[in-house]
Design a protein around this ligand. Structure first.
Ligand code: ZN
Length: 46
């Protein structure tokens, strides 16, 4: 299985609109625009 963060959640950032989604499930696309997302280990500060 894929590695998870210490709280079991993963944060994904959309490469198109930069929407961030934190989930414990696989996220295949951006829920906002349907674009591609990438898994980021630690969310950056705004
Ligand atoms: Zn998006």
């Amino acid at each position: 299985m894929a590695a998870t963060t210490n709280n079991g959640r993963r944060t994904y950032e959309c490469v198109s609109c930069r929407e961030r989604t934190t989930t414990d499930e696989f996220l295949g696309e951006c829920p906002s625009c349907g674009g591609r997302v990438r898994n980021i280990a630690v969310p950056r500060q705004q």
